[in-house]
Write a protein that binds this ligand. Structure first.
Ligand code: 5GP
Ligand code: MN
Length: 351
């Protein structure tokens, strides 16, 4: 295996067919806008950067347009591809010229800001690894929850072309996979995730450098939020659920940015004996963002969906139009029966 790629197991036949259809659609496009969900994460940004870079190298126009700003820790990926905020007047130009929009790492119109209108007009492709809910926003689509990250699907897509990965493409895909697998620790860390990572390291990724860029440096604001957050840690007396709750003034109190909240939910999740960890974050006095993380069998996406959000079985989220206390009550009421059912032994049949 001279280029190492033979080490990566072939994708399933169903995924392979979707990959070919997406490639055909992209090959017909001369101007592509790439986008991802609000509050873009490493998987969304990394997937867009890798695909945009490849499209540019193939002579197409490619512009990243995001509904909200990428976190500062990921900006190093965005130095070689044009990237704009959807609200920036300059974004109108590429959006008007685009003959395809590529939607990455979400399939939900309401997580795309105003971009779905453009997609409806232009058409394009969708590449996502969230469990499909409803018909795809646009087709052709690759929707495969067996993928550890959208970056895995983009890796497969780029593998259909003969060109080798550039170092930047490999870095972008590495960031996508490393962040969505919790640095290769979560249960979605498949053999394929490691096999792809091996190819990416061969292509020039500096794993230590990536770790420092993503996780090795904390702002004062982030440490301040951790201190404030840990002081609010609570455990439900009736089920093994723990949570942190920060009101909408917390960020300004410690001089933090929204992105400094990233990872805070892992503290309640890590508490000994806990099945589900939660982070409640006041966005305003009557709007609360909730992050849900499961350590075992509890499907937290079911609760998120019931309340109007979504996500994965072990990591999901929702925004609730209630104050902090109201959101805590509503989420605990919905979640507690599921957690209790998961931890309580089956009732014994009568003797
Ligand atoms: P986080 O808690 O880190 O914001 O999000 C965890 C996962 O939950 C994300 O990967 C995303 O799939 C999902 N998610 C988070 N917030 C929302 C939301 O408001 N709506 C939906 N549908 N999914 C969300
Ligand atoms: Mn993802």
């Amino acid at each position: 295996m001279p280029d190492g790629r033979a080490a990566v197991p072939e994708p399933s036949a169903a995924r392979a067919a979707e990959l070919r259809a997406v490639r055909r659609r992209l090959d017909r496009a001369s101007s592509v806008v790439l986008t991802t969900h609000v509050n873009p994460d490493g998987d969304g940004i990394g997937s867009m950067v890798a695909l945009a870079s490849r499209l540019l190298r193939r002579g197409a126009e490619a512009t990243i347009v995001t509904p909200s700003a990428p976190p500062a820790s990921l900006r190093f990926l965005l130095t070689e591809v044009p990237a704009l905020l959807a609200e920036d007047p300059a974004a109108a130009d590429p959006l008007t010229r685009a003959d395809a929009v590529a939607i990455l790492d979400t399939a939900e119109p309401k997580r795309l800001g105003g971009l779905p209108d453009h997609v409806a007009r232009t058409g394009g492709v969708l590449i996502d690894h969230h469990p499909p809910v409803g018909p795809p926003l646009v087709e052709p689509a690759i929707r495969d929850p067996a993928a550890c990250a959208t970056g895995e699907l983009v890796f497969d897509l780029l593998s259909l072309y003969d060109e080798p990965l550039t170092t930047r493409e490999a870095e972008a895909l590495y960031v996508a996979i490393a962040t969505d697998t919790g640095s290769f620790r979560f249960s979605n860390t498949s053999p394929r995730a490691h096999a792809i990572a091996s190819v990416l390291l061969d292509a020039g990724v500096d794993s230590g450098g990536m770790y420092r860029a993503l996780y090795g440096v904390y702002s004062r604001g982030r440490l301040g939020l951790m201190r404030l957050g840990l002081e609010t840690l609570e455990v439900d007396p009736r089920a093994p659920i723990a949570w942190i709750a920060l009101d909408h003034r917390a960020l300004s109190r410690v001089g933090a940015r929204g992105q400094d909240m990233e990872g805070l939910v892992e503290f309640p999740r890590r508490l000994e004996g806990i099945e589900v960890g939660l982070l409640f974050r006041g966005l305003s006095p009557d709007r609360t963002k909730v992050s849900l993380r499961s350590n075992g069998d509890v499907d937290v996406s079911a609760v998120a969906q019931m309340l109007g959000g979504g996500g994965h079985t072990k990591a999901s989220g929702v925004i609730i139009e209630l104050d902090l206390e109201g959101a805590v009550r509503v989420v605990l009421d919905a979640l507690r029966p599921l957690v209790q059912a998961a931890v309580e032994p089956e009732p014994r049949p009568p003797a």
